[in-house]
Design a protein around this ligand. Structure first.
Ligand SMILES: [Zn+2]
Ligand SMILES: [Zn+2]
Length: 345
């Protein structure tokens, strides 16, 4: 795939990782070696209430730091592009504002953890009275935690070994909320997908669930950013390219357990082509085009409502309405790709 006429440079990366500096299980060397093996170009490590990591290129992978601002029981906030550590607070508005003041961007983390879990891990949700800059629409570990059943050794073993079956789609509640936020705002409310690599400890049984290997986690939910130029070899410039792409929604959330290929999602008019997070004008030849490497259910969503659905490798739809368009792709009934909106005006 990867049409050269698009003149876009695409890079796969992972957001929302914990290291030994909070409740992760690896140091930067272990983490970046795993990232390299998973073919990632960049990663963002987001430890809880910690911001002392040294950024740079490790084992050929660009390593950026963010902070998961984490009050005890709710409202975790993934702060990216900030300059100083931000303290958690009972009132999330305080750190939402502080992230903006530092010209960063924040994402409500795992906003819809399931309240009635079949295990002893309390869900950490987001209070939706508070409006974040962006939304983590899919969090791998959190979705697994929602379905983890530790009632007995059989259900626990099932939960562990069949996690790719259990975690099948981005939570509908989060997608719905993200659509609503986009309806309320003129510009794009960006979305990310996170893996949330924690060290999850279950001591009661002999199942080896103390550590999730980073490499396995890195092959789950990825973000593919699209850039107008190749990632710079200069770290500072590359960092800016990655952060700007995420801030603007120039990324597609991909579930790599379903397919390792990158889908093409674009809107073209007679003059130009727009990708996730971009804007273009409606004319009489405005088409939304999607191409996937295998047959998939392709859904086109306009302003939060489904406009069109097809089952194909390729689809093209003539657009006649203004608004925010986004695409969801399902393969074998599993969530494969979620684009950020493209604005047609
Ligand atoms: Zn969290
Ligand atoms: Zn986390």
């Amino acid at each position: 795939m990867g049409n050269s006429h698009l003149k876009k440079f695409q890079y796969k990366g992972v957001i929302h990782i914990h290291s030994l500096n909070s409740d992760g299980s690896g140091d930067i060397d272990i983490i970046t070696r795993a990232a390299k093996k998973a073919n990632l170009s960049w990663i963002i490590i987001t430890d809880h209430n910690y911001f002392d990591l040294r950024e740079g290129v490790y084992n050929g992978v660009y390593v950026l730091k963010g902070e998961e601002i984490s009050p005890k029981n709710e409202n975790h906030y993934i702060a990216l592009g900030i300059t100083n550590q931000i303290e958690p607070d009972e009132n999330p508005q305080k750190y939402i504002d502080e992230v903006r003041k530092q010209e960063g961007v924040g994402f409500a983390a795992h906003p819809d953890e399931y309240a009635k879990r079949n295990n002893s891990y309390p869900p950490i949700t987001w209070n939706k009275l508070f409006i974040p800059d962006g939304v983590e629409i899919w969090n791998w570990f959190s979705c697994w935690g929602d379905r983890l059943n530790s009632k007995n050794i059989f259900t626990l073993a099932f939960s562990y070994f069949f996690k790719n079956v259990l975690v099948s789609k981005a939570p509908q509640e989060s997608i719905k909320w993200w659509d609503e936020l986009n309806l309320q705002k003129q510009s794009i409310v960006p979305a990310i997908g996170g893996v949330d690599a924690h060290a999850f400890k279950i001591r009661k049984y002999i199942i080896p669930v103390t550590v999730f290997p980073y490499k396995e986690m890195f092959n789950t939910i990825n973000n593919v950013i699209s850039l107008n130029a190749p990632l710079s070899e200069d770290f500072k410039t590359a960092k800016e390219q990655i952060l700007n792409a995420i801030k603007n929604g120039n990324n597609v959330v991909i579930n790599s357990t379903v397919s390792r290929a990158i889908p093409d999602i674009e809107i073209t008019n007679s003059l130009k082509t727009a990708h996730s997070g971009e804007i273009l004008n409606l004319d009489k030849k405005t088409y939304l085009n999607v191409e996937v490497n295998k047959k998939a259910v392709i859904k086109i969503i306009l302003n939060g409502r489904e406009l069109y659905e097809c089952f194909a490798k390729k689809c093209s739809l003539l657009l006649t309405e203004l608004g925010k368009y986004r695409v969801e792709i399902l393969i074998n009934n599993k969530g494969f790709a979620y684009s950020n909106p493209i604005i047609v005006m």
